[in-house]
Design a protein around this ligand. Sequence first.
Ligand code: GDP
Length: 680
Amino acid sequence: MNVSLALAGNPNSGKTTVFNALTGGDQYVGNWAGVTVEKKTGHLKTNKSVDITDLPGIYALSPYSPEEIVSHDFLMGKGNEKPDVILDIVDASNIERNLYLTTQLAETGIPLIIVLNMMDIVERHGDRLDAKKLSEALGVPVFEASALREQGIATAAERAVEIGSVKHKPYHARINVKFSETTQAALKAIIDVASANMPKTRPQIHFAIDLFERNGTAQSELGLSGLQMESIERIITDCEKALGDDSESIIAKERYDFIAWVLDTCYIKSERENFSDKIDRVVTNRFLALPIFAAVMFLVYYISVATVGAIGTNWVNDVLFGEWIPAALEKGLTAINAASWLHSLIVDGIVAGVGAVLGFLPQMAVLFLLLSLLEDCGYMSRIAFILDRVFRKFGLSGKSFIPFLVSTGCGVPGIMAARPIEDESQRRITIISTTFMPCSAKLPIIAMIAGGLFGNSAGVAFSAYLAGIASIILSGLILKGFKKLKVSQMPFVMELPSYHAPRALNIFRHTWNQLKAFIIKAGTIIFAASVIIWLLSNFGFENGTFGMVDSEHSILSYIGRVIAPIFIPLGFGSWQMAVATITGLAAKENVVSTLSVLFSASSGMASHGNIDTVLSSHLSAAAAYSFLLFNLLCAPCIAAISAASRELGSKKWTAFAIAYQTGFAYVISFLVYTVWSAIS
Ligand code: GDP
């Protein structure tokens, strides 16, 4: 018999870790119908007839964000696949906040099992949490667990399957939040008015709370008459008057009161300051936080771009793509007597273009590894917390940090990550400015300029990061001045998870996923673009006939010469740089591969290996930095533009975003180039 389990819990409660442990990695990742919220499903490793669905991480079951709506509808059986049991993953080291969702899950009437995860942290802090007493107080099974150590999870799942297999015994979770007498009376009165309309699928109290909170979906779902609605509204307003608060706040406050009462019976917090608190006293200190953050990021870039990563990249560039591959191809092509154009297409076009991008793989691998490490140990959440104080001053939300962080990987999910920002103006400003962050595709450009003109200086790479942050802040100030982007101030609450030792598997999985996307892009878009650039830069009209020509006479050079004058004020007015910038709109890696194809043809290099040297003879330091800035800040690639267009919801806003980004990039690059040239 098939049993269906749902994993529910707050973000960062360890759901993914539990899910991976239960399914053994055998999982299917898709999207919930109609939204871009990730849906993960799989089977229990030890019993394939048990389906497991991982719900999105949420703090509450209220119908506001897409994540909450998806979870709510799934638990209500709206997608025809109501789960038999909910496994509620509770972060025991943050128990008060986590139990809030638990009280709501219990009211769905679906059997509930609580997995008290992160018990290892609770123990390490010296806190005492009595699972047995908690279970008695709540009336549901509670299992102590540590997903990280794979303890307790299997037992909890076994019990869930056992409960889920009993189809005919109605088993309801018995957590009844003890609301205040006034509220209880109001809820009961609502049930009296509407009980005939309430289907048996859920406990009546659940409908009553929904109605009490004036939840529109519940009102229309029950098909209440005008008369019933009036009576209910009267009950609610009477209760609101009596308690001096609005109905939603009353329910929320009384849930927390109930949780405090439950925890009183089973939870003793240690008096001593724990390890996380000690670190946080320094790391999130008012004055030290930002300098520490800057130092950490500098170190990350120093290791990945300038030292360890650079050794790998130099090897790939100079040895692998500089000698081995060209030499092997040379041999093969000579052996089959390949025509000289084919030879050039493969060596100067494909190997130079794709190789130029793949050459940066070692630097990216080290960078992703370090960022995953910071994320996994809990430091990234601190950064969000620290930056929140700063961001709020610039018309951005603390929640904008997540899109900015995600955008250091890729702007497309970065733009989508802006969805939870409630304020429409803050959300728009975030979407417009988030691609200023140097994404992974821009890293090759940064590394190329840093390596070619500044001796691999970590300072240059780091300054690209700072330029991204500074542009975001400056744009916040500029954009909030627009009438249509007026921002209302909203408070931001954020929970800091405890620090913990990072887990190798998590980090490698994360790093690999990002590298994989990069490699696939190199094999598809960059490959195709390199072939096209090679064709356009090798063919053209000379002396009135069309054919293979010197790149200076190629079709591409003509196109480039039309565009190039625009960039003269920025210091890089050659047709090659203009063409590279334009091809960057398809994918930012193209900037590097285009230059590589162009220069390898014109300089007669065997491969792109010496692009650094060619560049340094082509550009001054000021012009190179201006080129870097322009390419970092101007309109992002097509994929990110279309994501922004979807999220902004109108062509007008999209056009505004592109114009703003490109205009901003132009002005900044112009200023930097002019000042730099003047003083050097
Ligand atoms: P999700 O956001 O709920 O999917 O949470 P994850 O599964 O990604 O876990 C968040 C972080 O907590 C990860 O770094 C996990 O390695 C860590 N984690 C998960 N379970 C435990 C646990 O039982 N103990 C400790 N110390 N860390 C855990």
